[in-house]
Design a protein. Structure first.
Length: 297
């Protein structure tokens, strides 16, 4: 790949650092993704209607790194939990009970946790109620929400409204050891360079020389963008290499919303022109060699 350090630095300074991001990052746990009409499924549908939300399904984020050397899923999950604005846990399976227990023992995470459960279990003297749920109630009583079985839809708006309020508590950060910040920068790199491979993205990130870029988050950051339907993955017909490009929603967001908002149309056009000129510039013919061949004929 040609040295595009000057372009990646321009993207960092004129796109990434210019964009004040108030997105609300939600770690959404719950029932299996194969099940429909669960609280988790209904919440995900509601969050998708509002571009302010980045909704993360933990199992999608971790799928791309399972089995890779040097990755501890418990540590990664704890890192992610620290970076999100909300951890929403509809108690719809044994897996969520385990996650609730793991998150609730961390005092710094308690204010972020929202537990959703059937009203039937509200008065049970169970470990869940007397342990994690009690800890959350002591910190933020409103973060424990009950619903009547069959009326799950009644609480969806309430949870979404509660999540929106997190925007006013959010501290703006541009640190690249944060998964969501990194995913935003990667989106801008894809938008300017697309189509682009993951290896090329890694090269561009290294070229920035930012010490705090956490390489183990790169795959997860790309999964965040896929979940948000900002990017797509295709096969390059010429090289048979997997390439990332903007999706329809990603095109609309980048070209119609972000560029006009930041007033960087000229900068972006110049960057794209340089990349395309380098990619599609016709190769110079060896005219002297051609002359020799003509003479010999």
């Amino acid at each position: 790949m040609k040295d595009y350090t000057h372009i990646s630095n321009t993207i960092f300074e004129n796109l990434y650092r210019k964009d004040v991001d108030f997105s609300i990052n939600v770690f959404l746990c719950g029932a299996s993704t194969s099940k429909r009409d669960t609280v988790r499924d209904m919440l995900n549908s509601a969050f998708k209607k509002d571009a302010k939300f980045n909704t993360v399904y933990p199992e999608y984020i971790f799928a791309s790194i399972l089995g890779k050397k040097g990755y501890n899923l418990l540590e990664l999950e704890d890192d992610l939990a620290r970076q999100v604005d909300l951890i929403i846990l509809p108690l719809e399976g044994i897996g969520t009970y385990c996650e609730l227990g793991a998150f609730a023992v961390n005092k710094s995470l308690l204010p972020k946790i929202v537990v959703i459960n059937e009203r039937t279990y509200e008065k049970y003297k169970s470990f869940i109620n007397l342990g994690p749920v009690d800890l959350i109630k002591k910190q933020k009583p409103k973060n424990v929400i009950y619903y009547d079985k069959g009326k799950e839809k009644d609480i969806i708006d309430k949870v979404v409204k509660m999540a929106r309020l997190k925007r006013y508590e959010k501290k703006i950060s541009y640190e690249l050891d944060n998964l969501f910040n990194l995913s935003r920068l990667i989106l801008y790199l894809i938008a300017v360079f697309h189509p682009i491979s993951i290896d090329e993205i890694i090269t561009l990130l290294k070229g920035l020389g930012k010490e705090k870029i956490n390489q183990k988050y790169i795959d997860s950051a790309i999964q965040v963008l896929k979940q948000k339907n900002r990017i797509e993955q295709d096969i390059d017909e010429n090289t048979l290499e997997e390439k990332l490009t903007l999706s329809y929603d990603g095109h609309f967001y980048f070209y119609e919303e972000l560029i006009p908002k930041l007033n960087v149309k000229t900068v972006f056009t110049r960057l794209r022109s340089e990349i395309n000129n380098n990619r599609y510039k016709p190769k110079k013919k060896n005219l002297s060699k051609e002359k020799e061949l003509l003479v010999s004929c």
